[in-house]
Design a protein around this ligand. Structure first.
Ligand code: ADP
Ligand code: MG
Length: 755
């Protein structure tokens, strides 16, 4: 089990068209349910990324298809497991309540999905249920909706290559506890759409940004807190050892220290609540501190984890056991004396237990009377003869009994300590959640102050105004190679009757995709309740984020790239509401020019007139820039490049206006295309452009005007004849030059170059 990730088991059900999804992480006890119509299923599964999904036999094939695509294992159960009436009874008895109303209003479908989860746990955990917390109903409208393709595309929790490395999550994760890391992943996967949820989180971070030293101290303590959630779950499932008891002890006592240190008056409410959950555990901490040794062993059956002074009888039997060992030493001295054999030893092995050992030379004496009356022969080996006595075996029995008795007592004590913990499991879970919240707030504050992030301003408008925005992952990658990231502004403020749309053109490699994504990431970060990589950010709540990239390959699913692109675009046009933030990156790229252009064109019009959302639209169809004149709320922008001596230099600056050309040929040259191909391409391009300017048919222009390949002098692969400068350079032997000669030579070379 990965400590820093959740491990969800989910169940999906559909009762006469009303769907519900329930899920739990049995390693932490979290238990949730939400209404989930079939159309929402794919995005919700993408958000949760469950390991296993339970379904009823005979579930609708469409739903099964969606679940198969999310990559989880599917476990079909009999419809009886999903029966909503027995589910209700099961839930009531599990949580020991007469009615579930205390936890919320659950629909038949909700009950059915939750019931299936519990039924399945009962079967698989052999009747021993994990410590589930009471179910919490989640409401989709309170969460920013991000579908699977968008998550993948924006690389929120996993990079396109699959792993966590290179994802946004990996880049922003500064948490120091596993529970904190899990909370971060949860928040990043489900940003909120409720100002009253987001603001308290931002206020908590602000507290620590203002007191970064305090945050650092707190993180030092947090680093030492063990994973209480998982210890608790092992305890409840009877898979625990003494170290789990110690984890609860250490976690709660570090928590108490944190609570003590945080008793400041002017704390954000979220922090006050989190710290509050850390108080009031004194009786349990005292009990565990008293009962346990500092560093207990792994397994309860080995004993040795209960501290001396905690249990009188245990201390007594342990003394007996240990004293017995002392008595043996005395006995050995006595026997050596009685037999007159100074080298006689009492030893122990697992076959014989305790025995007296002497060398073969001395043995004869002990095998004959009078000694043979007392010493009973047990075994003769090559060099040794072994004996026992009645008193030795009595003593052995007593030592053994004491040892067993001590283990027995420790096992009972383990059970009672475990029970003491389980009796207060809710308070312990709350403390653990409090620690996770503190870890998250301090880690985001640390991130914000290390990386210069700013607190976003969030309101109910439909504005989206970012100043000095950055892409955190690209910036981190550039930092490694010592290059600066160029910040960019983005101003998208939607009017009531139409959308706000930026149409971004510019050459390949200019930074279009980066700009698009950074703005989506800023919205997501802000609404998960984090500071954002910008100097200023005003964000009117975003309900949905969509991100699509043209011609992304999806071979694994066996659909052609263009088909995928169109399916995904259709999903946006059908679903985006007027609070959505849509990012379309070179849509239409996957087909022939005119097809692609027409699709991109119509898509943009639909977004503008029908969806009325905020959108960033990158395209290489320069023809589309004319749309800005016709449509209010559409603005052109381009990523600036400078041309210098036939080379293109990327400035990565987003500016108003359209791109004049795409510099594809220059980029190809940068990429190392053979120079003959580059110059040929340049010639073709010029002919095409000339043809177009003259209003002719492109194809005709190509055929009529373009000199044949071989006839194009620039395409010749051989280098030009060596110049005087080349000749002179060839003659130079730098090792033989004095500094003075070198300087003269430079003047000479400059002269040659100029003539
Ligand atoms: P496009 O989509 O226009 O082809 P990308 O967004 O993929 O371009 O960017 C190409 C590369 O340019 C990125 O990998 C990154 O290294 C660099 N880049 C993009 N934006 C910036 C920026 N704002 N500042 C610095 N480098 C950038
Ligand atoms: Mg791109």
């Amino acid at each position: 089990l990965e400590a820093r990730r959740h491990n969800f088991l989910a169940a999906y059900t559909d009762i006469r068209g009303a769907g519900a999804l329930a899920w739990t992480d049995i390693s932490t006890g979290a238990f949730h349910v939400m209404a989930c119509p079939l159309v929402r299923l794919a995005p919700e599964l993408a958000r949760l990324a469950p390991q296993e999904v339970l379904i009823a036999d005979g579930l609708d094939a469409d739903a099964v298809g969606v679940i198969e695509q999310c990559g989880a294992a599917i476990t079909p159960l009999s419809p009886a497991s999903f029966d909503s009436r027995s589910a209700e009874a099961r839930l009531q008895s599990l949580f020991q309540v007469k009615s579930l109303e205390a936890f919320g209003n659950f629909s038949r479908a909700d009950l059915s999905a939750m019931g299936a989860v519990i039924d399945y746990l009962e079967i698989t955990q052999k009747g021993r249920l994990p410590l589930l917390r009471p179910p919490v109903a989640q409401v989709a409208q309170r969460m920013m909706q991000i579908d699977a393709a968008t998550r993948r595309n924006l690389e929120l929790t996993a990079s396109l290559s699959g792993g966590r490395a290179g994802s946004l999550l990996a880049t922003i994760d500064r948490t120091v506890t596993s529970a904190g890391a899990r909370l971060l992943e949860r928040r990043l996967s489900s940003p909120s759409t409720v100002v009253d949820v987001i603001e308290p989180r931002l206020a908590a971070i602000a507290c620590f940004v203002d007191d970064i030293n305090g945050a650092e101290d707190l993180r030092g303590t947090l680093r030492r807190t063990p994973d209480m959630d998982r210890a608790l779950s092992r305890l409840s499932l009877d898979r625990a050892g003494p170290r789990d008891l110690a984890a609860i002890r250490n976690g709660l006592s570090e928590g108490r220290a944190i609570h003590g240190a945080m008793e400041k008056a002017d704390m954000a409410p979220l922090l006050r609540d989190a710290a509050g959950a850390l108080a009031g555990h004194d009786p349990l901490i005292d009990l565990l501190e008293h009962a346990l040794v500092a560093e207990p062993p792994l397994l309860a059956r080995d004993g040795g984890f209960i501290a001396t002074g905690y249990h009188a009888e245990l201390d007594e039997t342990r003394k007996l056991r240990d004293e017995g060992r002392g008595v043996i030493a005395g006995l050995q001295a006595e026997y050596a004396d009685v037999t007159g054999i100074g080298s006689l030893k009492i030893k122990h092995n697992n076959v014989l237990g305790y025995f007296i050992e002497t060398t073969a030379t001395h043995a004869q004496k002990m095998l004959s009377p009078p000694l043979s009356e007392r010493f009973i022969h047990r075994q003769t080996t090559a060099n040794q003869v072994r004996f026992t006595t009645v008193e030795l075996s009595d003593l052995e029995t007593r030592i053994l009994n004491a040892g067993n008795r001590a283990l027995e007592i420790e096992k009972t004590l383990f059970q009672s300590l475990k029970q003491a913990i389980l009796d207060t499991h809710e308070a312990i879970s709350a403390a653990s959640a409090g620690l996770a919240e503190l870890d998250l707030a301090t880690s985001l504050a640390t991130l914000a102050s290390q990386e210069n992030w700013v607190r976003p301003v969030i309101d109910e408008s439909r504005d989206f105004v970012i100043t000095g925005g950055r892409h955190p992952v690209v910036e981190a990658a550039l930092k490694k190679s010592g290059e600066p990231f160029i910040t960019n502004d983005c101003s998208l403020s939607a009017e009531p009757d139409h959308s706000a749309l930026i149409l971004l053109t510019g050459p390949n490699m200019a930074g279009k995709s980066t700009f698009l994504r950074q703005n989506a990431l800023i919205a997501i970060l802000a609404q998960m309740g984090s500071y954002v990589p910008a100097t200023r950010a005003e964000i009117g709540l975003v309900s949905q984020v969509f991100s699509r990239v043209g011609a992304s390959d999806d071979l694994a699913q066996g659909r052609s790239t263009f088909m995928v692109e169109m399916v995904e675009t259709a999903a946006i046009l059908n679903q985006a509401d007027d609070r959505a933030l849509v990012i379309l990156d070179e849509i239409g790229r996957g087909t022939a020019t005119y097809d692609g252009l027409s699709i991109a064109w119509a898509t943009l019009e639909h977004l503008h007139d029908v969806n009325k959302c905020r959108a960033l639209f990158a395209t290489h169809y320069h023809e589309m820039t004319s749309l800005a004149e016709r449509m209010a709320g559409v603005e052109n922008a381009t990523v600036a490049v400078r041309e210098w001596e036939g080379e293109v230099i990327f400035l990565h600056e987003v500016r108003p206006g359209g791109a004049d050309r795409s510099y594809g040929v220059q980029v190809a040259k940068l990429a190392g295309l053979p120079s003959a191909v580059v110059s040929r391409a340049q010639a073709v391009l010029e002919a095409l452009e000339k043809g177009e300017r003259e209003g002719g048919d492109r194809q005709k222009a190509l055929i009529d005007d373009l000199p044949l390949f071989s006839a194009n002098p620039a395409s010749a692969a051989q280098p030009a004849r060596p110049s005087k400068l080349d000749d002179r350079l060839k003659d130079i032997h730098p090792d033989a030059l004095s500094p003075r000669d070198a300087l003269d030579l430079i003047y000479e070379l400059i002269d040659l170059a100029e003539n």
